[in-house]
Design a protein around this ligand. Structure first.
Ligand SMILES: *[C@@H]1O[C@H](CO)[C@@H](O)[C@H](O)[C@H]1NC(C)=O
Ligand SMILES: *[C@@H]1O[C@H](CO)[C@@H](O)[C@H](O)[C@H]1NC(C)=O
Ligand SMILES: *[C@@H]1O[C@H](CO)[C@@H](O)[C@H](O)[C@H]1NC(C)=O
Ligand SMILES: *[C@@H]1O[C@H](CO)[C@@H](O)[C@H](O)[C@H]1NC(C)=O
Ligand SMILES: *[C@@H]1O[C@H](CO)[C@@H](O)[C@H](O)[C@H]1NC(C)=O
Ligand SMILES: *[C@@H]1O[C@H](CO)[C@@H](O)[C@H](O)[C@H]1NC(C)=O
Length: 520
């Protein structure tokens, strides 16, 4: 018995030694002298990721890919030859002169390569698997990320890892996007892709081919305006960077023990998943699209989707269904049209919509330094401008985003979203008045009509500049900020207003009257 036990122990330790040898020798780097055959692997320095040959699910094919080393469920984060599989285990991965990583099949054909215009720079190329999951091709002694000849992070498969930049760069001419697998057994490019569109203010889309399925909404400094769960959390932090040369989205993990990424699955859903060490499964932390209001443009132009309503689609205030029959039968694709046409010359105004996912910005213009007032003014000056908003909601709001043409893919939230100011004919603004406010304002006007008359006499040059009493009421009742007087600001003695006004400094009659309406 004792002898048998001893031999089992010996056998076990031999096995352990044999099993650990490959890991002990595992390198994270491959050079020209050392090609990788099926069965060989590269292991990242911290042991998080491994690169090698694999077979997905019930497939018969072999692929070169990168997967998490430390979790029990094979989760491939990147695939090299997703379009052309190896049919057997005769594939060889090697780095060649000048700095091109190639995958060669059993009969010597290159079935995949990392061709790059930068390849010519390198003399002594190596391929290295970084602990971020990024496979890089670089000059042997040059680990500066800016000098990488090629990196897998620029060519994602279906997974966005932390640190990966998703988007475009005009300087490097890279437009990186994720593409779903065809199925869990087949990593070839599937129906869905997600990247950043460059028209107007850049925004992230989920598409099938060139058809938008889901739009995240423009980045507002904190989150995407259509995203419900991406605000401050303990797991990750996100950025969206937009400048003249690039627009990209990236995130970092706040806790190095958490394993987390975003995957675009074969069914077209983007999921942020975290590894659950207890159940040994991926938990879904966030998913998009999540409900029917996430379907792109489900309510058509000037429609608005609110998931707590039934039906979910409605028209924006001041709009009515374009095709009432279709609309009533639940086909909202035709959207809504104005009850009253805009009249740019005689002065339009704006209705403020709060807690909305901002509309599609493909036909938009933006400026990061303008404030909301300047933004409104600019919108009013352009008869094609249909809405405006702040670009960044932080610190009370900054920047200017202008929309031209139809407003598409708006949804209303209870807690999320932001303010959108939609251009309306001035008569539509009047209709919003409740009787109480009308009488309050009228009373206020009659208290103060002398002052107002004085004011308008002062600033008026032409007779048309003087608003009729009803126009004044319309102006007073508007949610939006009123147009600035053309003449320099007019001061009313403070004591006249003290009872109602809480503002410390009164700069124009417009602000005064707005304060009055709010004060009551
Ligand atoms: C290698 O690839 C070429 C071109 O795709 C193909 O014709 C050939 O059959 C492949 N050989 C093997 C062994 O897979
Ligand atoms: C690399 O790509 C360029 C075009 O982008 C092509 O002209 C060149 O032949 C390619 N080189 C290799 C080795 O595939
Ligand atoms: C996962 O759980 C195992 C056993 O409970 C533990 O040893 C290991 O450290 C855990 N790993 C992580 C990443 O928390
Ligand atoms: C909805 O209406 C549009 C325009 O009238 C039409 O083209 C489309 O096929 C309709 N969709 C469905 C699902 O009936
Ligand atoms: C943005 O607006 C500011 C202030 O009006 C202006 O100085 C700047 O030139 C504008 N930038 C662009 C790109 O239009
Ligand atoms: C407004 O839009 C129309 C039609 O799209 C276009 O023809 C016109 O030039 C635009 N006007 C301005 C001021 O941009």
């Amino acid at each position: 018995m004792g002898r048998r036990r001893a031999s089992i122990a010996l056998w076990t330790s031999l096995m352990l030694i044999i099993l650990t040898i490959p890991d002990g020798n595992a390198s994270d780097t491959m050079d020209m002298a050392l090609p990788s055959r099926d069965g060989d692997t590269l292991l990242s320095s911290g042991g998080k990721f491994e690169l090698g040959f694999f077979t997905p699910g019930s497939s018969n094919h072999r692929y070169v890919g990168i997967w998490y080393k430390k979790i029990s469920l094979l989760t491939v984060v990147w695939v090299a030859n997703r379009e052309i599989p190896l049919v057997d285990s005769s594939g060889v991965l090697k780095i060649t002169d000048p700095g091109i990583l190639v995958l060669i099949n059993g009969s010597g054909h290159v079935i995949w390569s990392t061709n790059s215009s930068r390849s010519t720079w390198v003399k002594n190329p190596v391929a290295q698997l970084l602990d971020s999951g990024n496979l890089v091709v670089r000059e042997n002694n040059d680990e500066n990320p800016d000098n990488f000849v090629w990196q897998s992070f620029d060519h994602p498969s279906d997974i966005r890892l932390p640190g990966m930049k998703l988007g475009w760069d005009l300087v490097t001419d890279i437009d990186s996007h994720v593409t779903s697998w065809e199925s869990s057994d087949d990593p070839s490019p599937g129906r869905y892709n997600s990247g950043i569109d460059r028209h107007g203010y850049p925004q992230m889309f989920l598409m099938t081919g060139s058809v938008v399925q889901y739009r995240f909404g423009p980045w507002n400094g904190l989150t995407f305006s259509g995203s419900m769960g991406m605000t401050i959390n303990h797991i990750f932090r996100t950025w969206f960077v937009v400048n003249q040369n690039q627009a990209y989205y990236t995130y970092e993990l706040l806790n190095s023990l958490v394993i987390c990424h975003v995957v675009l699955n074969p069914y077209g859903q983007l999921q942020r998943v975290t590894w659950n060490n207890l159940t040994q499964e991926w938990d879904i932390y966030l998913a998009a699209p999540a409900d029917s209001c996430d379907t792109y443009a489900v309510c058509g132009a000037f429609g608005s989707c609110n998931i707590v309503n039934s039906p979910a689609c409605g028209c924006l205030k001041g709009f009515t269904p374009k095709s009432p029959k279709d609309w009533d039968s639940g086909n909202w694709s035709d959207g809504c049209v104005r009850l009253t046409q805009l009249d740019c010359k005689s002065g339009d105004g704006f209705i403020k919509h709060s807690n909305v996912k901002l509309p599609d910005t493909r036909r938009s213009w933006y400026n990061t330094s303008m404030n909301l007032k300047e933004c409104e003014k600019l919108c009013l000056q352009d008869c094609n401008c249909t809405a405006y908003s702040n670009l960044d909601v932080r610190g009370g709001g900054s920047g200017c985003l202008l929309w031209f043409g139809d407003l598409i893919d708006i949804r209303e939230f209870t807690d999320f979203g932001q303010d959108l100011y939609v251009r309306m004919a001035s008569s539509e603004l009047g209709k919003k008045l409740s009787r109480v406010i009308v009488s309050t304002v009228l009373t206020a006007v009659v208290i103060l009509s002398i002052t107002i008359t004085l004011y308008f006499k002062k600033r008026r040059k032409k007779e048309e500049d003087r608003p009729s009493m009803s126009a004044v009421v319309v102006m007073l009742s508007s949610d939006s900020e009123l147009p600035q007087p053309k003449q320099p600001g007019f001061f009313i003695p403070r004591n006249l207003w003290q009872a109602d006004s809480v503002s410390s400094k009164v700069e124009s009659i417009n602000e005064m009257t707005t304060t009055l309406v709010v004060g009551r």
